[in-house]
Design a protein around this ligand. Structure first.
Ligand SMILES: [Zn+2]
Length: 256
């Protein structure tokens, strides 16, 4: 009888303890063929580790070092600039709308053609025009340094104030190299544009690991973005300030 009780107690504890990454599921509908499955439950520690790695720092910084968290602090108006030899405008619009729907605090809308001001520009281009498009937008010197440092396939530039508020972002998304590259770029670059600026090659759950191709908005990245736009997390917050709030913010965002 004693042994039975002990076993029951252990089962009870393993169920009630906060599980590490678990509940693996297939990639959602709409993902490219062969897209990786994903874990859909994470502990607060696993989410916090990713948030601290991805919300601070970036591959190429120009100008003053931002003090901490960078994110938009006002409603975001996005414009999709059609281009390239494959028409991906409708697919890109659906992706922007998915972010808007799943993270309401982004206050994200797709602009009509006559919108007076744009916060986020998404340019759809062919791969062969990638380098020249970067040069036209940022100049030859910045493009050369960026390409040399990161060998990018797609790219996002984020301009932010010294207080950490993102003022404007521009993303370049390749449309003519198949669904895998388009979807991977589109979901990945939008995360950068919203303020998850960094990469983490040791994190096997995020789209912002450059060794992975994901091509959909994963549960993990959705949780990080939701935390970034939680009203308690402010532009300019340092890692120490964010760390004090993150357990509560992340716990509130976890599905029960
Ligand atoms: Zn990236």
């Amino acid at each position: 009888m004693k042994r039975l009780l002990l076993i029951l107690a252990l089962l009870c504890c393993s169920v009630s303890a906060a599980p590490a990454a678990s509940n693996k599921q297939l990639a959602p509908a709409g993902a490219f063929t062969g897209a990786p499955p994903e874990f859909t439950h994470f502990s607060v520690d696993e989410l916090q580790r990713g948030f601290l790695a991805l919300a601070f720092g970036s591959d190429l910084r120009i100008g003053a070092r931002p003090r901490g968290i960078r994110r938009f602090d006002h409603p975001i108006v996005a414009r999709i600039v059609h281009g390239g030899s494959v028409d991906r405008a409708a697919a890109m619009t659906r992706i922007v709308e998915e972010y808007a729907r799943k993270v309401p605090n982004l206050r994200l809308t797709v602009a009509g053609a006559d919108a007076p001001s744009i916060d986020m520009e998404i340019r759809l281009i062919d791969e062969k025009n990638f380098k020249s498009a970067l040069q036209a937008a940022f100049g030859a010197a910045v493009t050369k340094e960026f390409v040399a440092r990161t060998d990018p396939q797609c790219m996002t530039s984020v301009k932010s104030s010294s207080e950490g508020e993102i003022l404007r972002s521009i993303s370049f998304i390749i449309v003519d190299k198949g669904d895998r590259i388009f979807l991977d770029c589109a979901y990945h670059e939008l995360l950068h544009a919203f303020g998850l600026s960094n990469h983490d090659q040791r994190n096997s759950w995020t789209t912002l690991n450059q060794r992975r191709m994901v091509g959909y908005l994963s549960v993990y990245d959705l949780a990080l973005l939701t935390a970034l736009y939680d009203p308690r997390i402010k532009p300019g917050m340092t890692p120490v300030q964010a760390k004090a709030l993150l357990p509560a913010v992340l716990r509130d965002g976890l599905t029960p």
